[in-house]
Design a protein around this ligand. Structure first.
Ligand code: PTJ
Length: 249
């Protein structure tokens, strides 16, 4: 038995663990109630993908890691679902790639921002951005526009997991490289990303860290080649095909 009261051998173990983490996130004031709905939507896509990291997603995760290592100022954006599902894992990815962590919420409240920042610190984060909110993403009229001037506003590369598409679009218009993690290949954020990662954030984040570790000593020109060889439309197409064909391993 572990974190959730079912044996790890249970065929639905991962899914049950995920639900448990999201539920706890809501109880702790980290995750919004809408986060439960978002999770349900994600699960449906994950089921159709066979609850595995498909080959094109693994490639995208490697390309995402290369982008983070090449960036001057990478930032990982954290919302209530990400904080509940992969707190230690995002802290580790940030440490390995030299990225900042910034809390950015759709349903923004000061209490939730504080609770998420505390939660990330409990999982080893030194500095968490997003509390100052002294800059605005142009062209957005909701709470997600609020960012830190020395965080997302100033970043050249941003990892954007699990969110709706308009901030993703607005960040793209600011000239930032966006790495989007979303199980829905048709979501607007995945469609506008330089690197769409169609995978569960539970698998995607640790796998990006593993790729970042193995690419750490790779020269910049070789990293650039990995980035240049990537075709986002092909990654989206491969994920949609996997979902539509329904061919599970
Ligand atoms: O914490 P907040 O206030 O910033 O709110 C966060 C949520 C997720 C509630 C908010 O961004 C939202 O409502 O998002 P959407 O529009 O429901 O989009 C969430 C996307 O993430 C959907 O395309 C889901 O398929 C996808 N998704 C859900 N769970 C996962 C996922 N993608 C990867 N891994 C998951 N575990």
């Amino acid at each position: 038995m572990s974190e959730v009261d079912v044996p790890e051998s249970h065929p639905r173990y991962e899914s049950l663990l995920t639900r448990h983490r999201i539920e706890t996130g809501v109880e702790k004031g980290i995750t919004s109630q809408q986060g439960l709905i978002a999770q349900g939507r994600g699960e449906a896509f994950d089921y159709l993908l066979g609850e595995r990291t498909i080959e094109s997603a693994d490639r995208a995760e490697r390309v995402g890691a290369a982008h983070l290592l090449l960036a001057d100022h990478p930032v990982l954006s954290v919302n209530g679902n990400v904080a509940a599902l992969v707190p230690g894992e995002v802290v580790e990815l940030a440490a390995v790639t030299g990225a900042d962590l910034e809390v950015n919420l759709f349903n923004r409240t000061e209490q939730r921002i504080e609770a998420i920042a505390d939660h990330l610190r409990e999982h080893g984060a030194n500095e968490v951005k997003g509390l100052t909110a002294d800059a605005r993403i142009p062209g957005l009229d909701h709470e997600r526009a609020k960012v830190d001037a020395d965080g997302i506003y100033n970043a050249d590369t941003v990892v954007v997991p699990l969110e709706d598409g308009d901030r993703a679009e607005a960040l793209g218009e600011m000239g930032k490289t966006e790495i989007v993690i979303d199980l829905n290949p048709l979501s607007r954020s995945a469609q506008v990303a330089a690197v769409p990662i169609i995978d569960n954030v539970l698998r995607a984040v640790p796998n990006m860290t593993a790729h970042a570790r193995s690419l750490q000593d790779t020269p910049a020109d070789a990293l650039q080649q990995i980035v240049d060889d990537f075709d986002p439309a092909q990654a989206l197409g491969a994920a949609e095909e996997a979902i539509r064909s329904g061919e599970l391993e």
